[in-house]
Design a protein around this ligand. Structure first.
Ligand code: PNS
Length: 167
């Protein structure tokens, strides 16, 4: 059984993440989206909110599971018997950091292999941080996140946009 993890903060999940999820799910038997309980980072959404949002958005993908993890990714992978890590690469700027993490994970767990998927060109500029920044100023985030998430993001910033979006 080829089980892969797609780890991340997903705060919030974007179209870029969803694209990586859909494409990588086709390459493995099971894809576990592993949401980091990032206590050090100040996340906009709680762990439970992030897991619930991703579960809702991936409910039609039969081999995709959403879980959370704490601590080292490699330890979590050993617990769930996974040895493939999926990460998206947007630009050269991602590469250096991702290479370092991939090599470190491989040293920590010698059967851990990282697979990089090149982000779809239409999402190559996208990041959760930028989505949050735009939403905090009341900007339009409809091109970046699914419609079901938009109001939930605006609500975090007490932004009332004139057009409300379908939940
Ligand atoms: O979405 P992000 O914030 O870019 O994801 C980063 C993530 C979750 C993949 C990375 O921070 C991680 O794996 N954290 C868990 C702790 C860990 O294993 N760190 C050592 C990696 S060398």
């Amino acid at each position: 059984m080829k089980r892969a993890v797609y780890p991340g903060s997903f705060d919030p999940i974007t179209f870029g993440h969803l694209d990586i999820i859909e494409r990588s799910a086709k390459m493995v038997d099971e894809l576990v989206i592993a949401v980091l309980r990032n206590s050090a980072k100040n996340s906009l959404f709680s762990l439970e909110e992030r897991v619930n949002m991703i579960t809702e958005l991936t409910k039609d993908l039969p081999n995709v599971k959403v879980e959370s993890f704490d601590g080292l990714l490699v330890d979590y992978m050993s617990q769930i018997d996974a040895n493939i890590i999926v990460r998206g690469l947007r630009a050269v700027t991602d590469f250096e950091y991702e290479l370092q993490i991939a090599q470190m994970n491989h040293v920590l767990k010698d059967n851990a292999e990282t697979i990089f998927l090149i982000t779809n060109l239409k999402y190559s500029y996208l990041s959760s941080s930028l989505v949050k920044e735009i939403a905090s100023y009341g900007g339009d985030i409809s091109k970046f996140v699914p419609a079901q998430l938009m109001n939930r993001i605006y609500e975090k910033y007490n932004v009332n946009r004139e057009n409300t979006y379908e939940q």
